[in-house]
Design a protein around this ligand. Structure first.
Ligand code: COD
Length: 302
């Protein structure tokens, strides 16, 4: 059971280097994270973006120009398209978001002809390390699917469970979180949670243990669950929190980072290659861990 995201860095050091293509590389935190990953021997990098600004930032942070390949792009849209192209042409293994809006990068990824669709729904997962929890846990989807339908939640959950299998958790516990822990027909999130739980019990969704609806406190604290009289294998020991929508997910994500002393690695799952997707405000450390996680995932293709 992993407790620290740094374990992915140590593991990545043991294997073969992967190539990262950065879309819109003119971002200081992103360049610092890539610089560190290069120094550690985890990755090689192709930096796609404004050449002048990327070179200026590289010299500011002690990132030797000879350590990475630079591919000029005139704006973030072109940078996203070129970086995606590098993955499609198998010149890179991992895509990373730089100074480009999430939606712009994701549109390039979803492009029907030139994108990285695999047939699956793409979704975001933030893998968190919190000082108040006994193991790493995932929050999904806090970054891509805005208001997922029930069917889309099944796909988001499947992506997350497959990712946990890849990182060595064979039977992850999934808490489908909502505002309350009882089913209220007026709250779709609670109805969806109950359906997912029953589908899991009947063997329609395998490879994980699902319980929900659970309020966030019941999902992460056995005491809180006991207090409410909830008997659940998942309560207090969840590996994955499946959230109702991007708003609730993003609020959990930011609250953990800015008020909860947590750090996260963020990736998009379900595409032809892992995509490092952290928010601009995330720390250099978070971007660094995200690269290491993406490297781990690219070593174990589905
Ligand atoms: N997986 C696979 N295919 C998808 C997905 C997905 N998650 N989302 C859309 N598609 C396909 C659709 O089936 C369709 O064929 C095509 O892509 C376009 O679909 P639209 O019109 O619904 O999607 P877009 O291009 O308008 O928007 C897709 C985004 C991912 C850009 C959009 O959902 C978005 O802006 N998400 C939020 C991103 C964001 O701002 N995150 C920051 C929060 S931190």
């Amino acid at each position: 059971m992993r407790k620290n995201l740094a374990e992915f860095v140590e593991e990545a050091k043991q294997g073969k280097k992967k190539r990262v293509a950065v879309a819109a590389s003119e971002d200081k935190h992103v360049l610092e994270a890539v610089r560190d990953a290069i120094k550690e021997g985890i990755v090689e990098a192709i930096l796609v973006g404004s050449k002048a600004e990327t070179e200026r930032l590289m010299s500011e942070i002690g990132f030797d120009r000879s350590w990475a390949e630079l591919l000029p792009a005139s704006d973030p849209v072109e940078a996203a398209s070129k970086a995606v192209g590098l993955i499609r042409d198998k010149q890179a293994d991992v895509l990373m978001k730089g100074l480009v809006q999430t939606a712009v990068l994701l549109k390039a990824v979803l492009d029907k002809e030139k994108g990285l669709r695999s047939g699956a729904l793409l979704s975001h997962l933030g893998l968190f390390q919190s000082p108040y929890y006994h193991k790493l846990f995932g929050v999904t989807d806090a970054g891509m699917n805005v208001a997922p339908s029930f069917e889309e939640k099944v796909s988001i959950l499947t992506n997350a469970v497959e990712m946990f299998h890849k990182i060595g958790i064979s039977m992850p516990k999934v808490a489908v979180v909502a505002a309350v822990e009882t089913v209220n027909p007026k709250m779709d999130a609670t109805v969806h949670a109950a359906l997912l739980t029953q589908m899991n019990r009947r063997g329609q969704i395998k490879g994980c243990i699902i319980d929900g609806p659970l309020a966030l406190d019941n999902a992460v604290s056995r005491e809180a669950a006991k207090h409410k009289g909830i008997e659940s294998e998942v309560a207090g020991d969840a590996d994955i929190l499946l959230v109702p929508d991007i708003e609730s997910g993003n609020l959990i994500y930011k609250a953990l980072n800015f008020l909860g002393g947590a750090v996260a690695a963020g990736v998009i799952l379900g595409a032809a290659a892992p995509i490092v997707l952290t928010s601009r405000a995330d720390s250099e450390q978070s971007k660094h861990y995200s690269i290491a996680l993406a490297v781990a995932l690219s070593r174990t293709p589905s």
